[in-house]
Structure formats: C-alpha cells, structure tokens
Design a protein around this ligand. Structure first.
Ligand SMILES: Cc1cc2nc3c(=O)[nH]c(=O)nc-3n(C[C@H](O)[C@H](O)[C@H](O)COP(=O)(O)OP(=O)(O)OC[C@H]3O[C@@H](n4cnc5c(N)ncnc54)[C@H](O)[C@@H]3O)c2cc1C
Length: 432
C-alpha cells in the first residue's frame, strides 16, 4: 500500500452522527467549545447533572488532537518532580502528582461505565535514557517519587533492558506500570456517544467566532456568535487546546500551539513485534525533542515526534514522514525494510510554564495546557471543571495556580518564535 497522509486511527473507528443540520437551540445552560476529550468529558458530566448542553465544534467530533495522538495514557506531568517541587512546594506537588494518577483511573472508569471499546490496557510506560546522565537521574527521580508520592517506578539498567525493548541504543530505562494505552479515535468517538446519551447536543461544523457578555431578562450570560448563527448560554466552557483561536483571545495569548507528527508501519509479523516491544509498553525517550512510540493493537509500530515544531500542514506532514522513519530506524534497525503506511500530524498546546491550567478566565471556564499528556489529563479536567460548574468542590490542584503569559507580554497568539524554540531544544539535547 502506498504511503497515505492520513490518520491511521481513523481507519479503525466509527464516529456517531452529530446534529450538524439541526438548528442551534436559542438558549442553553452551558455552551462547550471543542469536541475533543476535554469538551466531551465536560459535556457528558454536565448533561448527567441535568444541564442543557450544546457542544460547538468547528470541524467534526474528535477532529483535533484527540483522534490523532499516540494513545498513551500517562502518569505524571511533563515537568519533572524536582522542578515541580521548586515551583509549587511539596504539598501542592504531592496533590498534583496524586491527581496525575487519578487521571488514569478517571479514563478507566469512564471507559468501563460507558462500555467504550477502545483497546484500553494497563500496559505501563517505559522511559528510555538517551544519555548516561539521563539514566543516572532516573534513580534519583524514582527515589523522590517513592518518598514524596508513595508511587513506585522501576529503574531498568542497560543489561536488563532487552526484556523491555528490542533496541540497544539506550542507557537504561524507567517503568511505570500504572500508565495505559488505548485507541484514541475509538475513545473519543465513545466519549461523544456517552455525552449524547447523557443528553448533550453536539453541533459539528459550528465554529465559534465571537463571545460577548450579555444579559437576558436580567440574567448574566454569554451571546455566542457562530458560523451557524447565535446561541445564548448561561456559562461557557472552552476546551480548544492547541486549536484555540481568536474567539477566546485571552486564552490564545497564553498558549503555544506545537506540531507533533506520527508514522505507522505496515502490520508487523508477530515475532518481530514481540522483539521490538516485549511488554507492549508505551515508550518515550529522555530528550527534549523526544520520540514516542508503541505498537498498535493490530501490531504496527506507531512512531511519533516533534519532527517539525510548526503545527501540521501538508508540507510539515510530508517532511515528517522521512524524518520520523530515519528516527525509527535509528532506534530499531530491524525496521529498515518495514513499509510506512500512514503519516499525519496534529497540534498540541503548551502553556508558557509547561503546566496544565484550568478554571476561569474573563468569566469563562476553560481547561488547557496538557503539553502532550492530554489523553488522561484532558478527560480528567473536563470532568472536574464540569463538577465545579455544577457547584461541587472537586479536588483539582491545577485550578488557581498562576497562569503566566509570554515573558514581557510579547505574544499575540502567533508563535513567531517556534523555529528558535525548536533550535533551542535541539541545542539542549546536544549539551544536556
Ligand atoms: C500527534 C499527537 C500525539 C499526541 N500523543 C499523546 C499521547 O500519546 N498521550 C497524551 O496524553 N497526549 C498526547 N497528545 C496530546 C493530546 O492528544 C491532547 O492533549 C488532547 O487530545 C487535547 O484534547 P482537547 O479536547 O483539549 O483538544 P483537541 O482534541 O485538540 O480538541 C479541540 C477542538 O476544539 C475545536 N475548536 C477550536 N476552536 C474552535 C472554535 N472557535 N469553535 C468551535 N470549535 C473549535 C477544534 O476543531 C478541535 O476539535 C498528542 C497530541 C498530538 C497532536
């Protein structure tokens, strides 16, 4: 089969029909913007609590990062624990780490409750060290995580690594058995079905263009102008992640959209697949400009990375296929003859402090900033912010932490500095 510039996961999933042609309701309790994990998880929770919910999606269900990702359901945050403790102190970091573990349970619980058929498995993740220095740091990290968070990570020295991965380029690894894997397109399609079953209405091809404070019969709310006409909502929840745009300018200025790209090989022979990943882990390496990879349930090697920093375009996707194939063969020379069947890209969102953020901005609720850890965290934040909106006080240590903008405020939502950031990370990988 010739290489297809297409998201492989979409070939495995069926999406529910949405309410594209239905007229928008005039008034709702909550308008949720974005039909990815964040928005769908929020819509499901709010609708279950009895709210009238309209979910507005400019493209189609799961069109954003939620159907395009590696399907790695990961514990921890993007920043290391020592960095987190230096930023937030021990107590808040302990709550954040506990929340990161709770995100996996949250995903598992929803999948179980809604009977979502998405190949969820607690297969664990493996981080592999690209330098001796990185490996030496694993023991220190595992010790801090055991002491501060009572969570066990297993450090794997180089001479035992073949039990985890069929590559000999790494200096050792670290395993977390709690992390999981799933098929993201099937998961996001299942979340959409669950949100609709709970009573939320999903409107595809409905781009939110402007949101204005408004009063209706003396009640404060929001007038939302969309490509399909206006809608009035008591509350707004924004879950637009890396695709956040001009409709929410304050949020857009706080987020950097970054491209990430993935290739998948043809289906591999069983013996070769077992050699590459004997325990079927979700794997990523220790670089800033990192590679992440795993086997798909039908035994393809899925290999991803930030082959270009810019969000996906035809050009960056095409270039990425060649770059990622070279990276994959460096890790696994056994795959030199494997055909690449699919390549695609997507956009994820980084806050300037590389932390997840959730709460209220300009009076609207939001949850963003997952920095490549969004499968679990987006699901969790959608649910927790929805509970907050419904009047609960859920444990959520990411609400209320400082949400910094660009240094000196020099950013209008157009990431002109990405080539410099990309070069900077490559430089860091060289020297650290
Ligand atoms: C290639 C890739 C690989 C990744 N791998 C992993 C991984 O293995 N593990 C992990 O944990 N995370 C991973 N991530 C990150 C993860 O996919 C995201 O963090 C997560 O999907 C974010 O979900 P979301 O619902 O917040 O946003 P999205 O799924 O991006 O959805 C946002 C939606 O908002 C819509 N939207 C935007 N503006 C408007 C508007 N004005 N009106 C209406 N709708 C609008 C968009 O069309 C989009 O559908 C990866 C991301 C990418 C791109």
């Amino acid at each position: 089969m010739p290489l297809q510039e297409h998201n492989y996961w979409l070939t495995t999933a069926q999406f529910p029909a949405a309410h594209a042609s239905h007229p928008l309701p005039e008034i709702v309790d909550v308008a949720v913007i974005g039909a990815g994990f964040t928005g769908l998880s929020a819509a499901r929770t709010l609708a279950k609590r009895g709210a009238k919910v309209a979910l507005l999606e400019s493209e189609t269900i799961g069109w954003g990062a939620s159907s395009r990702n590696g399907g790695m359901v990961l514990t921890g945050l993007k920043l290391g624990v020592n960095k987190l403790i230096s930023m937030y102190g021990r107590e808040l970091t302990q709550r954040m780490y506990a929340a990161s573990l709770a995100t996996i349970d949250c995903v598992e619980q929803i999948i179980r409750d809604e009977a979502i058929d998405c190949d969820f498995s607690r297969c664990g993740h493996l981080e592999v060290a690209c330098k001796q220095r990185h490996f030496d740091d694993y023991a220190r990290q595992a010790e801090v995580i055991a002491r501060e968070f009572h969570h066990t990570l297993r450090v794997v020295p180089k001479n035992e690594l073949s039990a985890e991965i069929g590559s000999n380029i790494y200096y050792g690894g670290m395993v977390d058995e709690v992390s999981s894997g799933l098929n993201p397109a099937r998961y996001v399609a299942g979340l959409a079905r669950a949100a609709r079953k709970a009573g939320a209405e999903i409107f595809e091809h409905t781009r939110v263009e402007r949101i204005e404070r408004d009063f209706r019969q003396g009640e404060a709310g929001w007038k939302i102008l969309t490509s399909r006409g206006p809608i009035w909502a008591h509350e707004v929840f924004v879950g637009t992640s890396g695709y956040t745009g001009r409709a929410t300018p304050a949020l857009q200025k706080k987020l950097i959209p970054i491209g990430s790209f993935i290739i998948t090989t043809e289906v591999l022979p069983e013996k070769l697949a077992l050699e590459l990943s004997p325990r079927n882990r979700m794997i990523y390496d220790s670089k800033n400009y990192l590679y992440y990879y795993r086997l798909t349930p039908d035994r393809r090697m899925l290999f991803g990375g930030r082959a270009a920093f810019f969000p996906e375009t035809d050009q960056t996707v095409r270039q990425s296929a060649a770059i990622l194939r070279r990276g994959m063969i460096d890790v696994y020379p056994q795959l030199s003859d494997a055909k690449i069947d699919y390549v695609w890209g997507g956009t994820l969102d980084f806050a300037f402090d590389i932390m997840p953020h959730a709460g209220q901005l300009d009076g609207m609720y939001y949850a963003v900033g997952y920095a490549g850890h969004g499968v679990a965290m987006a699901t969790f934040q959608g649910q927790k912010i929805a509970e907050l909106m419904a009047g609960d006080k859920p444990e959520n240590p990411f609400v209320g932490i400082k949400f910094p903008g660009a240094p000196l405020g020099l950013y209008n939502g157009r990431p002109w500095f990405l080539p410099f950031a990309g070069a900077w990370y490559k430089f860091l990988d060289w020297v650290t």
